[in-house]
Design a protein around this ligand. Structure first.
Ligand code: HEC
Length: 142
């Protein structure tokens, strides 16, 4: 028991040290100090266009989001998303906005659409890496 606590404490310290070092450098961008992993665009594109996705076979993005301008399937077209995402929510970068839209879809509802329609559990179903990849890909949709 005591050993476990000690181990946990050591691990936590190591993690804090890691984050503290990694968060250094310029002050712009990721103010939280956490790592800002850059996803893989190609993997993201593949994920985006799958009919089902993630641990629970959730509906894939493409089943609701067209890549053609102004085509609404269920959700808004993703054409030009990266550009719109820059100004959707004051204080959020395009990356932050898109990431939030995936993991917490109701944080901001696009005008003309209804809350709760987008699949709500991607944060649980997808791995961190898959989310990074999707963000990286959708950031190319300018
Ligand atoms: C069941 C349908 C559905 C699925 C599946 C879905 N979405 Fe959505 N999505 C929506 C709807 C509806 C909205 C608009 C309402 C809102 O803002 O939540 C939306 C909004 C968004 C937005 C904000 C768009 C903007 O113009 O601001 C992003 C980004 C997004 N979705 C990404 C994704 C990604 C990535 C996936 C796949 C991992 C996905 N969505 C899967 C229905 C869906």
């Amino acid at each position: 028991m005591f050993k476990k606590v000690l181990l946990f404490t050591l691990l936590s310290l190591a993690l804090v040290a890691l984050v503290a070092c990694g968060g250094g450098g310029d002050t712009g961008g990721s103010g939280e100090g956490g790592p800002t992993p850059v996803g893989n665009v190609e993997n993201g594109e593949t994920l985006f266009s799958q009919a089902t996705i993630g641990a629970n076979n959730a509906p894939g993005c493409i089943t609701c989001h067209s890549l053609e301008p102004d085509v609404v399937i269920v959700g808004p077209s993703q054409a030009g998303l990266a550009t719109r995402a820059e100004t959707r929510v004051a204080g959020q970068t395009a990356e932050q906005y898109i990431r939030e839209s995936i993991v917490n879809p109701n944080a901001h509802i696009v005008e003309g659409f209804t809350e709760g329609v987008m699949y709500q559990n991607y944060a649980q179903d997808l791995t961190e890496e898959q989310i990074d990849d999707l963000v990286a890909y959708t950031l190319t949709l300018k």
